[in-house]
Design a protein. Sequence first.
Length: 140
Amino acid sequence: MSEEYNEWYWKLYRWFRWEFKYQHKYIKYGIQNLYKWFWVIWKDRDWDHHYIFEVLKFKLEKQAKHLAEVGFHNNAQRDAELMMTCVRLINKLQNEEYYDEMYEHRPLTLELVSKYQAKHNKAKRLLFKILEERIEEWWD
């Protein structure tokens, strides 16, 4: 595109020509998103990884539900299942389930602690491996 078409009046023209007629839908979806995300954002804090996981988990749950209901590509159901697997892994990481299991055993030994630490790290690696390999394929 030439420099001339990057001027503000051409951008305004293109917006009005191609986007304006859809503004009512954008407003509707924006208000729906504000409603859906309100409590997630309200509870969000800048303290630690727990809140990052909360935002990611909420997004994955919503997108998995959407893909399962109206996904148009061939692997939509599989992608929704992978997203829910990520949600389950996030829950395990947030709730520190592996450490809870560890405290049920007595006496605590260094070997036992390292075993459960390894399980925790494995869940974290699996979560981010799935995200790394598949996230760009998760679209409607």
